[in-house]
Design a protein around this ligand. Structure first.
Ligand SMILES: Nc1nc2c(ncn2[C@@H]2O[C@H](COP(=O)(O)OP(=O)(O)O)[C@@H](O)[C@H]2O)c(=O)[nH]1
Ligand SMILES: [Mg+2]
Length: 324
């Protein structure tokens, strides 16, 4: 089958149709297009819109080496056994498509390399035109469009962007491991607030009980209104496939809570709002342009620099010009 290189609208719909049948090359092409901020992005989004909201989106975050990819691999195995179609997005903070982490992810996830019911894709968190916060939801929509029942998004919980991405999931898992000071780090990085389920992985190691107690203690200190979700904590030894059923049970419990409390719709609306905002801000930035010689911004900057205009008035004028 020849590669469709979409230059025109009818190519986009052909590509989306092929992705709908689960054609992995069409899915790969669509994700590449959304990742690169292709001019056809808006058309792709329009073609995918009818399929939004079908997939359960699960985020996994935590420090490097804590066992996210191993856990993802085992979750994929369990979900496949349950007959689900699964998509995996591994967001990597290192340079695009190289870096040891992605190679490692590939190795750990290659159990599923020949399974047509699984689509695995690494995305770099660097160099996105619309930013990670725009590219990731778009990639999730591609996978939804391709008929995935569950989309797992693995992000390294180090930067704010990664935390934001994880928080855009329906259910967010935060992985901890003994002896990494992770519980304390999690609080510092604001990860505690986004966690629906904590997984104390590497429970085969010394200190797992202490980590488990630490995180339970921190959850107990958190303020919650009646009816709010209380984060679950489960132990796992991912590389031996131990505790994975407990992780899935906690995810399911959270999913039921989301449905019953109306939290699912709220989260998905928040996700859509963040997506719209990222796109609109990206567009604004594009329209304002750089400091090109003849840009409106450059002219205003010249006035502000010599005190002819204050920066607030200049910004107001810039926005007014954009609106007109
Ligand atoms: N001792 C122990 N090691 C594990 C466990 N789960 C994963 N690992 C190992 O930890 C290392 C990092 O795992 P990986 O899944 O790549 O972590 P990630 O960076 O969070 O994606 C690998 O060598 C795994 O084999 C576990 O439950 N116990
Ligand atoms: Mg990994």
């Amino acid at each position: 089958m020849t590669e469709v290189s979409p230059r025109r609208s009818r190519d986009v719909s052909a590509l989306v149709s092929r992705a709908r049948t689960g054609d992995p090359r069409a899915v790969a092409r669509l994700i590449s297009l959304v990742e690169s901020g292709d001019p056809l992005l808006a058309e792709i989004a329009a073609a995918l819109a009818p399929y939004a909201g079908h997939a359960q989106v699960i985020g996994l975050t935590g420090s490097p080496g804590v066992g996210k990819s191993t856990t993802t691999n085992e979750l994929v195995r369990a979900l496949r056994a349950a007959g689900k179609r699964v998509g995996v997005l591994a967001i990597d903070p290192s340079s695009p498509y190289t870096g040891g982490a992605i190679l490692g992810d590939r190795v750990r996830m290659q159990d599923h390399a020949t399974d047509a019911g699984v689509y695995i894709r690494s995305m770099s968190s660097r160099g996105h035109l619309g930013g990670l916060s725009a590219a990731t939801p778009a990639a999730v929509r591609v996978l939804e469009g391709a008929g995935c029942d569950v989309v797992l998004v693995e992000t390294v919980g180090v930067g704010q962007a990664e935390v934001e991405v994880a928080s855009l999931a329906d259910t967010t898992l935060v992985l901890l491991a003994p002896g990494m000071g992770d519980a304390i780090q999690a609080v510092k990085a604001g990860i505690l607030e986004i966690a629906d389920v904590f997984v104390v992985n590497k429970a085969d190691r010394d200190g797992a009980d202490a980590t488990y107690r630490d995180i339970q203690g921190m959850i107990a200190l958190g303020e919650r209104a009646p009816g709010d979700w209380r984060p679950q904590v489960v132990r796992a030894v991912a590389y031996r496939n131990e505790g994975i059923d407990d992780v899935l049970a906690a995810i399911e419990k959270h999913r039921l809570w989301l449905v019953e409390s109306g939290g699912l719709a709220r989260r998905r609306e928040a996700r859509a709002a963040a997506e719209i905002e990222a796109i609109a801000l990206g567009e604004l930035r594009r329209r304002i342009g750089g400091l090109g010689e003849d840009s409106a911004l450059a002219a205003l900057a010249a006035q502000v620099a010599v005190g002819q205009l204050d920066p607030y008035a200049a910004a107001a004028q810039l926005l007014a010009d954009l609106a007109s």
